[in-house]
Design a protein around this ligand. Structure first.
Ligand code: ARG
Length: 466
C-alpha cells in the first residue's frame, strides 16, 4: 500500500513521538469513528465508492470501536491509525475510506463533534447548578445576611438575594455556552485539505448524518478556523469567574461561621485533627486559573497562523479538553456544596447588623423627610464616627440607644433642628433592624422578599426554557 510507504518515509525517525497526537486523540476516538461512518455513508450514497466496500469498512470500524483506542496500530494521529486499522482488516479497498477528504477537514470535524458533546455536559452542569441556587434561595427569602463591599459590612441583604445574584450570572454563562455551541455545531467535512475536492461529495449530507446544524461554507475557513475552540473556552472561562467568586465568598462565610459545609465537601488535615477545611471550594476557585491559562495558551497558539492548515493546530486542542472537563466537574461540585451546606441563621442575623450596616437606611429616611441626601449622609457619617470612637463598631451591631443618641446630636449640629423634626425615635428602632431594612429595599431587583420572590419565579421559568 503506497500510502503506508509514504508515511514510513515522512513520519519515522526520532521526531515520531513528538509529531504524534495519539495520546491527546483518545478524546476524539469515538468522534473519528462517527466522522468516518458519515463520510463512508455519503461516499456510497453518492456512488463514489461501491456499497460493498462501504459495508466492509463499516464492519472494520465496528471491530476497531470494540477493541478501543489502546488497540489501535501506531500512527501519527487517531485518524491515520484508524485508517491503517481499516486497511489491515479490509485490504487495500479500505483505503477508499479517505476518498474526497483530508485529515484537515477530518480533524476539524472530530473536534467540533466532540466539543459539542462536552459543551452539552457543561450546560447540563450549569443548569443543575442554577436550579440548586434557586431552590436554596427559595428556602431563604427571609434569611438576612450581611452584604459586603470592599469585604466590609455594607448593607443587609438576604441569602435568597445573594444566591439569586449568582444564578443571574450563571444564566449569562449559559447563554454564552449556548452561543459557543451554535457556532461549534457546523460541519467542516468535505473541505478536504483546503481546496475542496473534485469528487461529487454531499457536504450537507455528512453534516446531517453527524447532527451538525449547517456547514462551514468556505473550504479554507473550514480547515483553518479554530475560533469555535476559543469561543467555547472563553465561555468556560467566564463560568469559572462566576464559580470562583461564589467559592471565595463561601470560604469566607465558612471562616466567619455563617455557613457550615457538609462533611462531603470539606477535608480535614493530616496533622491537625480539629480541622474542617473548605478544600473542595478552594479547588473550584482554582479552576479559574486553569481556564485563564488555557485561554491564553490557545489564543497564543492560533494567533498569526497563515491560511490554511498548520500543524500548530494539533497543539491547540489540548488547551480545551481538560479545562472543559474539569470545570464541568467544578460546577457539579459547587452545586453539591451549595445544596448541602447549612446557613447559620442566628449568626447571620447578628452579623447582618454589624458595622452600622443599616446606616444607609437612616440616611434614606432623613432624605425622605426633605433633607438633601448629601446632608443626611453627612449626619449619619458623623453618627458613625461617634459610634466608632465609642467602640460601638468593633463587635456586632452598635447599641441602639447609643446610635439614636449620636444621631440626634449630629442632626442638631448639622441642621439646628431636633431629630424628631425628621423622624420619630420609634421608627428609627425599626430602621436599625436588618430584617426591616431588607424589607424596605423593595426597589426592582432589590433584596426585599417580595422582589426576590418575583425574581426567583422569573429565573425558574428561564432555567426551564434553557
Ligand atoms: N493530528 C492533526 C491535528 O490534530 C491532524 C493531522 C493533519 N495533519 C497534516 N499534516 N495536515 O491537527
Amino acid at each position: 500500500d503506497s500510502s503506508v510507504v509514504r508515511r514510513d518515509r515522512y513520519s519515522g525517525g526520532p521526531a515520531r513521538d513528538f509529531l504524534s497526537s495519539m495520546a491527546a486523540d483518545t478524546h476524539i476516538f469515538a468522534a473519528d469513528l462517527a466522522v468516518d461512518r458519515a463520510h463512508v455513508t455519503m461516499l456510497a450514497e453518492q456512488g463514489i465508492i461501491p456499497a460493498e466496500t462501504a459495508g466492509e469498512i463499516f464492519d472494520a470500524l465496528e471491530e476497531i470501536e470494540a477493541a478501543g483506542h489502546e488497540a489501535l496500530p501506531d500512527g501519527e494521529d487517531v485518524h491515520e491509525a484508524i485508517e491503517t486499522a481499516v486497511i489491515e482488516r479490509v485490504g487495500p479497498e479500505g483505503g477508499k475510506m479517505h476518498t474526497g477528504r483530508s485529515r484537515n477537514d477530518e480533524v476539524a470535524s472530530c473536534l467540533r463533534f466532540q466539543l459539542r458533546a462536552d459543551l452539552l455536559e457543561a450546560l447540563d452542569a450549569v443548569i443543575a447548578f442554577r436550579e440548586t441556587l434557586l431552590s436554596v434561595a427559595g428556602d431563604n427569602l427571609d434569611t438576612v445576611m450581611p452584604g459586603y463591599t470592599h469585604l466590609q459590612p455594607a448593607q443587609p441583604t438576604t441569602v435568597a438575594h445573594y444566591l439569586a445574584s449568582y444564578e443571574s450570572a450563571a444564566a449569562r454563562d449559559t447563554e454564552r455556552l449556548l452561543d459557543a455551541y451554535d457556532r461549534t455545531n457546523r460541519s467542516p467535512l468535505g473541505a478536504a485539505a483546503l481546496a475542496g475536492t473534485p469528487f461529487d461529495v454531499d457536504r450537507e449530507r455528512t453534516a446531517e448524518l453527524l447532527g451538525f446544524d449547517s456547514i462551514v461554507e468556505n473550504s479554507l475557513d473550514a480547515v483553518a478556523g479554530r475560533d469555535f475552540l476559543l469561543e467555547a473556552l472563553s465561555a468556560i472561562a467566564g463560568l469559572t469567574v462566576t464559580l470562583s467568586g461564589l467559592a471565595e465568598d463561601l470560604i469566607f462565610y465558612a471562616n466567619r461561621g455563617y455557613i457550615t459545609l457538609d462533611d462531603d465537601y470539606a477535608s480535614t488535615s493530616s496533622i491537625m485533627p480539629q480541622k474542617k477545611n473548605p478544600d473542595s471550594l478552594e479547588l473550584v476557585r482554582a479552576t479559574a486559573g486553569d481556564a485563564a491559562g488555557a485561554l491564553q495558551g490557545l489564543m497564543t497558539t492560533i494567533t498569526g497562523l497563515p491560511r490554511a492548515y498548520n500543524r500548530d493546530l494539533q497543539r491547540a486542542t489540548p488547551h480545551v479538553w481538560e479545562p472543559v472537563a474539569d470545570i464541568t466537574e467544578a460546577t457539579e461540585v459547587a452545586a453539591g456544596a451549595v445544596g448541602t451546606l447549612d446557613w447559620n441563621e442566628a449568626v447571620l442575623e447578628d452579623a447582618a447588623g454589624e458595622g452600622f450596616s443599616t446606616a444607609t437606611g437612616i440616611a434614606d429616611r432623613l432624605a425622605m423627610s426633605g433633607l438633601p441626601f448629601r446632608t443626611a449622609h453627612e449626619i449619619v457619617a458623623t453618627t458613625a464616627q461617634t459610634l466608632e470612637s465609642a467602640g460601638e463598631l468593633d463587635d456586632g451591631a452598635p447599641d441602639e440607644a447609643a446610635t439614636i443618641e449620636a444621631l440626634a446630636a449630629a442632626t442638631e449640629a448639622t441642621t439646628g433642628s431636633e431629630l424628631e423634626t425628621y423622624v420619630d425615635r420609634e421608627e428609627l428602632t425599626a430602621l436599625l433592624d436588618p430584617a426591616a431594612s431588607v424589607a424596605a429595599r423593595d426597589s426592582r431587583g432589590g433584596p426585599a422578599p417580595s422582589q426576590v420572590e418575583q425574581a426567583l419565579a422569573d429565573a425558574r421559568s428561564e432555567v426551564e426554557a434553557d
